[in-house]
Design a protein. Structure first.
Length: 740
């Protein structure tokens, strides 16, 4: 009996037939795609000296050229072939460790897998190579060079070993820890929250090398975490002593010689309306009835630019900060207190220097004339929004103790009651007209906290805009719009800082439509003229529904981000052709610059440098983004701190997000959001269904879909990571039936 011969295994080419040499050569040319090199340069950069490998390099250069990956540009020189496939953009990391690159001139973002990041981090400006796209596949690429690091300072927990340490960064968008050698630890203790600076990241190293620059404290402690939020975004906290000293030396008195240079409006009825806990008041309204039946309305803004002189250390500090930062338990101001809460705060019964916009309005809310200039004003009264709302609702001049700032009954002057109610009527008329002209009605929902004396959250509540808020908003919008129109329409053109807002992109509108269709809504995204009204109808339709906050949030995310620029494109969300920020110079540096530019053009001086102000616009936009992120982080931290004390409470929530690893749930009563991981749902094995934005049980076919109401219980609340894990108890119907 003959033995059966074993069949030969089919030939399999090795994964890297040339040991990865061709990839190294291509990477070399990709990183400097605009330049050409000969084989000697390649040998030098790859440190190749032996004859055998030298010949292999020459052969591979020919093969790569034959494949169309390289091209001959001159005698014996090569260049990467495919310059049109290179783009620059900004890295947007995901919590999974991969990323997308936002490229301005491309319709869709480019996906970058973790292995193709090549040490790029969130927010970095990078040069990428976009791979040839396969049919129906998403656009994908790789980072070939890092043009600008977004940041080098990070916050995380130090883990010490015997001869080194590493910092685990708090941000979910940081996919690597940071190696810290002993001599760069500077006596920092194990387990503390620290600030670490990346010093270098060599190509062959898995992690960057860093140095500890500051010890923040014990993770989870309130003060430590608040400091960490600011430090994580590179934001300031205390003013340098020399800046405080300079500010305290400013003459803040009101001088008759200065009053003579201004329009004197001290005899005109003027008042402020602000939040009850406000400490600075940078805007006031004045009201006067005119003989022709119209009204003279004044929007008076603190004249910060009078005190903040260019070229001083105070102005440099304000510019660098660019904005005040409003964390849950504190304000990090743009200006020192002597200005923000003193000289520039339009406090009641005090004379103040102001920059004013005066308008003659008829009863239809139409502007018949306008005037801009420096003034001196006297605030006759200060109202909290709640007090002004009471005047609007009751039309009664008697304010009861339960709504008054002083917690005592008092009466307002009859002329103030008339002013507030008339201004409210005008504001409603103006707002209605804005909506008819295409403005989008986003009524902001703010998460607020009741804090005890130790800044522990005792309760969470949601604050919405009422008529008093909208009254102030409408007149601030009027001033901002008219100031920018006044400058924007001048000939020859003048440099100015505009607040710009582009129309939403088609792909975002399509994504919104896909989600809202699950709730039975639809918007016609193909009719560009009616998109704004369609979005308004959607926002109105979801009022009071379980999915309202979800749809509101998704609609806001559909919008483009507003930004500052000297190139005016108008403001889509407000439906204004011209718009600027003029009304909050205490807390926004762009408003200070708007005041300076307006005065410059009122004095008939030549146009300012567009290049200089465009740089200032970009800086202001970037600092605004960082401040907004810090404010959101402080809210998230306080939500986690509140929820960890309610571990046994069952909460009703709505599914706000669905992924392949879990579902996000937002508690309806307090807007705290957390996650239930698929592996932790015990009654079945659930699979992610992307088409239906749902997870579906394999055995039971039970479905949990975006927008469904469910009951949850807190499983874990992590103050350091600012995350909440929920235990899913079931759908609302299931749990309520069980409890009957």
């Amino acid at each position: 009996m003959s033995k059966k011969k074993k069949g030969k295994k089919p030939f399999q080419a090795p994964a890297n037939p040339d040991g990865g040499l061709s990839k190294k050569i291509l990477d070399l040319f990709k990183k400097q795609s605009e330049k050409s090199f000969d084989y000697k340069y390649v040998l030098e950069k790859l440190k190749i000296e032996d004859t055998k490998t030298r010949n292999k390099v020459i052969r591979l250069l020919g093969q790569l050229t034959a494949k169309g990956q390289l091209k001959h540009v001159e005698d014996k020189k090569f260049q990467f072939d495919g310059l049109e496939d290179f783009h620059t953009g900004i890295i947007d990391m995901t919590s999974r460790g991969d990323a997308y690159v936002i490229v301005e001139d491309m319709e869709n973002d480019i996906y970058i897998s973790n292995k193709n990041l090549n040490h790029a981090l969130d927010g970095d400006e990078v040069k990428i190579y976009v791979f040839k796209k396969r049919e129906h596949a998403k656009s994908e690429g790789e980072v070939v060079s890092i043009l600008t690091r977004n940041k080098t300072d990070f916050v995380g927990v130090l883990h010490k070993q015997e001869k080194f340490g590493f910092v685990v960064v708090s941000s979910s968008k940081m996919y690597t820890d940071i190696f810290v050698p002993n001599d760069k630890m500077h006596d920092a203790k194990d387990g503390l929250l620290v600030k670490v600076r990346i010093l270098q990241w060599k190509d062959k190293d898995d992690s960057p090398k860093g140095e500890i620059t500051e010890v923040l404290g014990v993770p989870g402690e309130h003060e430590t975490e608040m400091h960490a939020i600011l430090a994580g975004y590179g934001l300031p906290e205390q003013f340098p002593p020399e800046v405080e000293e300079f500010a305290n030396g400013i003459d803040t008195k009101i001088h008759p010689s200065e009053i003579k240079k201004r329009r004197d409006l001290r005899d005109t009825l003027t008042f402020t309306i602000d939040p009850a806990d406000a400490k600075d008041f940078d805007d006031a309204l004045s009201f006067k009835k005119m003989d022709n039946g119209n009204f003279e309305i004044g929007i008076h803004i603190a004249d910060v630019a009078h005190y903040l002189q260019p070229g001083t250390i105070l102005d440099d500090e304000a510019y660098n900060r660019a904005t005040s930062i409003y964390l849950v338990d504190r304000v990090v101001p743009m200006l020192p207190e002597i200005l923000s809460n003193g000289a520039c705060s339009l406090r009641p019964n005090e004379e103040k220097y102001t920059f004013s916009a005066l308008f003659e309005l008829n009863p239809k809310g139409e502007v018949k004339s306008e005037w801009f200039g420096r003034t001196v004003t006297y605030s006759d009264a200060r109202f909290a929004y709640e007090e002004a709302q009471y005047l609007i609702d009751s039309e009664d001049k008697h304010i009861p103790a339960q709504v008054s700032l002083t917690k005592k009954d008092y009466e307002v002057q009859p002329e103030i009651l008339e002013a507030v109610t008339t201004l409210n009527t005008l504001a409603k008329t103006m707002r209605k007209k804005r909506m008819q002209e295409g403005a989008i009605s986003f009524d902001k929902v703010e998460v607020k906290f009741h804090l005890d004396e130790d800044n522990n959250p005792q309760g969470v509540y949601v604050k919405t805009s009422q008529d008093a808020n909208k009254l102030i908003e409408e007149f601030m919008l009027l001033a901002n719009r008219k100031v920018s129109e006044f400058i924007g329409k001048r000939q020859p053109p003048k440099t100015f800082m505009y607040r710009c807002h582009d129309e939403p992109k088609d792909d975002r509108l399509e994504a919104l439509n896909t989600v809202i269709s699950k709730f039975g809504y639809n918007i016609n995204i193909h009719n560009k003229k009616n998109i704004a009204s369609a979005l308004n109808s959607l926002l109105e339709d979801v009022q009071g529904k379980k999915e309202q906050n979800l749809v509101d949030t998704l609609t806001i995310r559909t919008m483009s981000k507003a930004y500052y620029s000297t190139e005016n494109i108008g403001h889509y969300g407000l439906a204004f052709d011209y718009y600027s920020h003029f009304t909050s110079p205490i807390r926004r540096y762009p408003d200070v610059m708007a005041h300076r530019l307006l005065q410059r053009y009122l004095d008939n001086e030549p146009s300012a440098s567009e290049t200089e102000y465009e740089d200032k616009c970009k800086h202001s936009s970037e600092m605004e983004k960082l401040a907004t992120n810090a404010e959101r982080d402080s809210i998230k931290y306080m939500q986690v701190k509140y929820i960890q004390d309610h571990a046994e409470t069952e909460f009703k929530g709505v599914i706000s997000g669905v992924t392949d690893f879990g579902i996000f749930i937002e508690i309806i009563e307090n807007k705290c959001e957390g996650m239930t991981r698929l592996k932790d749902i015990s009654d079945d094995h659930y699979d992610f269904n992307e088409e239906h934005y749902a997870i579906i049980g394999r055995r039971t076919k039970k479905m949990y879909q975006l927008g469904d109401e469910v009951y949850v219980r807190v499983k874990k609340a992590d103050l350091v990571k600012r995350t909440i894990d929920f235990e899913l108890l079931g759908s609302v119907d299931e749990v309520e039936i069980e409890n009957e």
